[in-house]
Ligand binder design. Structure first.
Ligand code: NAD
Ligand code: TDX
Length: 343
């Protein structure tokens, strides 16, 4: 089994690659993984450090918009896990163009390469997001996103992911490709780029700095441990039905204020460290996932996302891996590729 993982040097991708190569997931014991990643600001080869000597791992630096390269890579892949994306909402508000290029055009390029040159029998998993559904009101806590909730993307990031999501659907419908889509909630865990709220707040506090809380802090997210997410993607790859969409959630809704207070407590910081700042424009109020479908049909459920344990474990990881995030914050992580690959 050879798996091509686009975006494999990012947060979720690198956790996915480690998990696939190092933890014996039933059926994937001898699997080979090829990582294709452009190493944008959030791509960090230090996330994959130590795997270089593994004969079942190969890294290719490249862009998902490069059609000929993608055609070469899909030609002998049994599975394509397409995760490469511009992933940060705030950046998409500042400049949406790179999002449309990587997430819409890039996804079209990878799908088209797989359609033209993909290995016979290849499965294609598109890693989408719950943000394609838009926002839920705080007032009705019983409402959750199901796979049938209409797409109503609110940020340029979400719109670009929805474009990729609909292209994945279209390539299955039009060309009968074996395409599956996952839509998951907010991930947390090791190796997350410290622009996203959990690693940003934790590393700021470990450095004695304040944390910028947007608006009134009442926005709600459904937190999913990255290991649970990776296992869901592997489960969909193994057992999912072609053309289907699967929601993936942590059953773990928290307001940003609750989240912030938990992080303050777990890092031994005081309330004075909260700095209320202007709200994110168009800030989605609440995300909540109904994951009944993947639970009932494929037997997946989150087992590592429960708080406070999983949050504490994640904070401990950042405390124990100060070197990793200090190198990210200083920009030093960018030297790793040249050292390993000499370019
Ligand atoms: P990330 O920003 O940490 O990683 C993205 C990776 O994609 C990086 O390694 C980057 O170098 C690479 N990349 C970007 N543009 C590329 C291009 N044009 N060609 C090749 N590689 C490129 O993001 P993440 O949080 O790991 O997210 C991974 C995927 O999961 C994304 O598709 C994202 O939309 C989706 N997702 C993330 C979350 C979350 O909470 N982090 C939740 C739902 C869905
Ligand atoms: O400094 C901050 N202060 C703050 O209050 C940041 C960075 C965020 N926030 C709030 C905004 C959100 O309500 O925290 C919440 C989480 O923000 P992010 O970590 O930026 O995540 P979000 O915008 O919810 O999007 C994430 O989940 C869905 C990922 O970044 C996406 O890639 C994924 O698709």
């Amino acid at each position: 089994m050879k798996i091509l993982v686009t975006g494999g040097a990012g947060f979720i991708g690198s956790n996915f690659v480690r998990r696939t190569l190092q933890d014996a997931y039933p059926g994937l014991e001898g699997a080979e993984v090829v990582v294709l990643d452009a190493l944008t600001y959030s791509g960090n080869l230090e996330n994959l450090a130590g795997l270089e000597s593994n004969p079942r791992y190969r890294f290719v630096k490249g862009d998902v918009c490069d059609g000929p390269l993608m055609e070469r890579l899909v030609a002998d892949a049994d599975a394509v896990i397409h995760m490469a994306a511009e992933s940060h909402v705030d950046r998409s508000i500042l400049d949406s163009r790179p999002f449309i290029v990587a997430n819409a055009l890039g996804t079209q390029t990878v799908l088209d390469a797989a359609r033209r040159k993909g290995k016979k029998g290849q499965r294609f998993v598109y890693v989408s997001t719950d943000e394609v559904y838009g926002s839920l009101p705080l007032e009705n806590p019983d409402l959750k996103f199901t796979e049938d909730t209409p797409l109503a993307a609110n940020s340029p990031y979400a719109a670009s992911k929805a474009a990729g999501d609909l292209l994945a659907r279209a390539y299955h419908h039009t060309f009968q490709m074996d395409v599956l889509t996952t839509r998951c909630s907010n991930n947390f865990g090791p190796y997350q780029f410290p622009e996203k709220v959990i690693p940003l707040f934790v590393t700021n506090l470990l450095e004695g700095q304040q944390v910028p809380l947007y608006g009134d802090g009442k926005n709600v997210r459904d937190w999913l441990h990255v290991d649970d997410h990776c296992e869901a993607v592997l489960t969909v790859l193994e057992k999912g039905r072609a053309g289907e969409v699967y929601n993936v959630g942590g059953n773990n809704e928290r307001s940003n204020l609750e989240l912030t207070h938990s992080i303050l407590e777990l890092t031994g910081s005081g309330n004075d460290k909260i700095k209320y700042v202007a709200d994110r424009p168009g800030h989605d109020r609440r995300y909540a996932i109904d994951a009944t479908k993947i639970e009932r049909q494929l037997g997946w459920r989150p087992t590592r996302s429960a708080w406070p344990g999983a949050l504490k474990q994640t904070i401990d990881w950042y405390r124990d891996n100060t070197e990793w995030w200090k190198r990210v914050k200083s920009g030093a992580y960018r030297e790793y590729y040249a050292r390993q690959y000499g370019a």
